[in-house]
Design a protein around this ligand. Structure first.
Ligand code: UD1
Ligand code: UDP
Length: 359
């Protein structure tokens, strides 16, 4: 009897664990074999292991333990480490998610070793080539044989670059994970009581993008705006280790009053609880913008552009950049909730992808 098709999945960063949670299960349920490879790009307990535990993701078959480094060093070490794994595992296809250095390393490995490549979250563009992620996604899409697009905008972005073959609009995997796990978060998270928060009476903020953390004036503008907002109501900031390190290098964390609550990164369930209970979310994260939309919580994006343009078009997301005054104006402008058409999930995104992978 012929053996079932084998997929080698490459993950390495926090949002990729969230997305892999559903698809890994769907692949296995569809009778496909999967070898899950963790590059080790994220390695702290709260950046990696907590997602595997809470989302019951199968333990990776291989952990490359690459860790942190400059872009070239990190990506290069992943490439070197992936090659022998692929040679040994002999997958029929390599599967990558999103736009991180782990994504690019998986994509280049597939291209160099002439293995078909599938890309989840294909076609997203910020049109800002200063972002490392923009290079990662463009290069990955141009190496891919199967391109799973979350939105129609993503399909159109690919068409403009001449990519039409193998393109499927599947919906957004991350939103299906959210819908499955939001009730679990409500039943299990003790985040609100442990922080003394009331639903609808606090703000939630995350900051980790290189364009903000590596530009001292932008990071200072954002942190000053969060401190100012915290004079009126609690502001909860689960801080990415990158941001914590850069703030420390620039003279330390801002003064923390009772209302500015700077935390370690929180687990996925606690994050979903904070998101669905916040009055307003301020973020430079891609995933958090979408999650805010799905929960119907207004979002201020601390960037000058976004890949998730639909959230802005509907009026639920406002681009405020990193300027102190601009962020305060956006945060203090009352929003009367506009209509919220379904943009992302279908409830069956993982199954649709698994069936396309099987063909
Ligand atoms: C990466 C992705 C980004 C994604 C983000 C998700 C790239 C180029 N960027 O950014 O697109 O939005 O993941 O969170 O791939 N660190 C720790 N512990 C960890 C992980 C990182 O302390 O477990 C610190 C290290 O100092 C490291 C820094 O954070 O140098 C940045 O980590 P890295 O994985 O290189 O990039 P992210 O900023 O996490
Ligand atoms: N997240 C989390 N804990 C945190 C911050 C984020 O569980 O402290 C989750 C968030 O809910 C989303 C994913 O991590 O599912 C987004 O990751 P991140 O913002 O790091 O990356 P991006 O989406 O910008 O690539």
């Amino acid at each position: 009897m012929p053996q079932a098709m084998k997929i080698l999945t490459v993950v390495g960063a926090r949002p990729q664990f969230v997305k892999a949670a559903l698809l890994s299960r769907a692949l296995r349920a569809a009778g496909l074999r999967e070898c899950l490879v963790h590059t080790g790009q994220h390695y702290d307990f709260h950046m990696s292991e907590v997602f595997f535990r809470e989302l019951e993701i199968p333990a990776p078959e291989v952990n490359l333990e690459i860790g942190s480094g400059s872009h070239g060093e990190q990506t290069g070490r992943m490439l070197i480490a992936l090659e022998p794994v692929v040679r040994e595992q002999k997958p029929d296809m390599i599967l990558v998610y999103g736009d991180t250095n782990s994504t690019l390393a998986g994509a280049l490995t597939a291209a160099k070793m002439r293995i078909p490549l599938a890309h989840v979250e294909a076609g997203l563009r910020s049109f800002n080539r200063a972002m490392p992620e923009e290079h990662n996604r463009v290069l990955t899409d141009h190496c891919s044989d199967l391109l799973f697009c979350p939105t129609q905008t993503a399909v159109e972005n690919l068409a403009r670059e001449g990519i039409t073959k193998g393109v499927h609009r599947t919906g957004d995997l991350m939103i299906d994970v959210l819908r499955k796990m939001a009730p679990v978060a409500r039943a299990n998270s003790t985040m609100l009581s442990s922080l003394g928060l009331q639903p609808g009476r606090f703000l939630l903020a995350t900051v980790h993008r290189a364009e903000n953390t590596d530009a001292p004036a932008r990071l200072a503008g954002i942190m000053a705006a969060l401190a100012e907002l915290a004079t009126a109501e609690p502001v909860v900031v689960p801080l990415h280790p990158r941001t914590r390190k850069l703030l420390a290098a620039q003279g330390g964390l801002p003064p923390q009053g009772g209302n500015l609550k700077i935390l370690e990164p929180v687990g996925y369930l606690d994050m979903l609880m904070l998101e669905q209970s916040a009055r307003l979310i301020l973020t430079d994260s891609g995933g958090v913008q979408k999650e805010a939309y799905d929960f119907g919580v207004p979002c201020i994006t601390l960037r000058d552009e976004t890949e998730w343009v639909e959230t802005v078009a509907t009026g639920w997301n406002v681009l405020a950049g990193a300027d102190f005054a601009g962020i305060l104006t956006a945060a203090r402008t009352p929003v009367s909730p506009p209509p919220r058409p379904p943009l992302f999930g279908t409830g069956h995104v993982a199954e649709a992808m698994a069936s396309l992978l099987r063909q």
